[in-house]
Design a protein around this ligand. Structure first.
Ligand code: SAM
Length: 286
């Protein structure tokens, strides 16, 4: 235990005070802020997901590099073509994943929603909106919009049950599969951490559907971590891109790569905003 505590001091997760009676350990400020479960900025579920799911896929990194595909089958014995079928293998797993997804937005949700002025968009769909943290950020920042969270039926049912308050009348729900079902008309579609899950062809297929459904003058807001054009960094985005390899069929992309996907789907006037945090914003107009 002492060695573990000392290593945590080395990692700056704990601080130590050595007295005559012995060593006294306590949380550092950063641990209280991001690791304590009760902190509003806690990343507890995110880190548990890293430890119990992602880490196991990374164990097969060599196989992932050789085969160019995710390692769910080796890590969990699940042979599913759709990564989300594997991810949502039980309700418990799905809830943990949804908590984890939401937690990052307590740190950078406001930055990505404020990156562009979205005040002219009133009907907004958050495609693959999951547990709804960005929908909540949107309605709190833009008083005249409504946001519909579009996601797979079991995710929507869980979001309603555990995550989004029924008092929040400007957030509604839509159960569907964005590859198979029609996408309703709206002024703005948010796709946060969606395209990074999928190969280029599927991204263009989805964006084309969105472009067709989009009202004139409307647009699409992509929220993703952007790689430098020469892929020399940022390190976090490079590592996230490997993470997409071991877990999904997607990858992180550069601004030019996102431009290409959006242009192929018919979007114009594409703008990029780096937020200085992990996630960035890309706006395309119909
Ligand atoms: C990586 S998560 C991102 C969630 C959320 N946008 C965020 O950034 O926190 C991808 C989301 O897409 C949803 N999703 C995956 N496949 C889908 C499909 N075919 N139709 C609708 N939603 C889907 C998942 O359920 C999940 O909520």
């Amino acid at each position: 235990m002492e060695r573990l505590l000392d290593a945590c001091v080395g990692l700056k997760l704990l601080r130590v005070e050595v007295k005559e009676e012995g060593a006294f350990y306590g949380n550092t400020e950063i641990s209280n802020l991001y690791l304590a479960k009760t902190s509003p900025k806690t990343q507890h579920h995110n880190l548990m997901y890293y430890s119990k799911t992602i880490y196991l896929c990374w164990h097969y990194l060599t196989d992932a590099v050789r085969e160019g595909k995710n390692q769910y089958e080796r890590a969990f014995g699940i042979s599913s073509k759709d990564v989300f079928e594997a991810l949502y293998r039980s309700e418990e797993e799905m809830i943990k994943f949804m908590y984890g997804l939401n937690e990052i937005w307590s740190i950078c949700g406001r930055d990505v929603i404020a990156a562009f002025d979205l005040s002219s968009f009133t009907v907004i769909y958050d495609l693959g909106g999951g547990a709804g943290a960005l929908a909540q950020e949107c309605v709190s920042m833009y008083p005249s919009c409504t946001v519909t969270i579009f996601d797979l039926p079991k995710v929507i049912q869980t979001a309603k049950k555990y995550f989004v308050s029924s008092e929040e009348h400007r957030i509604t729900f839509y159960e569907g599969d964005f590859f198979k079902d029609p996408v309703p008309a709206a002024d703005l579609y948010i796709l946060a951490r969606i395209l990074h899950d999928w190969a280029d062809e599927k991204c263009v297929q989805l964006l084309t559907k969105v472009q067709k459904a989009c009202r004139p003058g409307g647009g699409v807001l992509l929220i993703e971590t952007l790689l430098n054009e020469d892929k020399s960094g940022p390190l976090e985005s490079q590592l996230y891109s490997i993470n997409m390899l071991v877990q999904t069929e997607g990858k992180e992309r550069t601004p030019a790569e996102y431009s290409k996907l959006l242009t192929a789907a018919g979007f114009k006037e594409i703008g990029f905003k780096k937020t200085g945090k992990l996630y960035d914003a890309i706006l395309g107009r119909k």
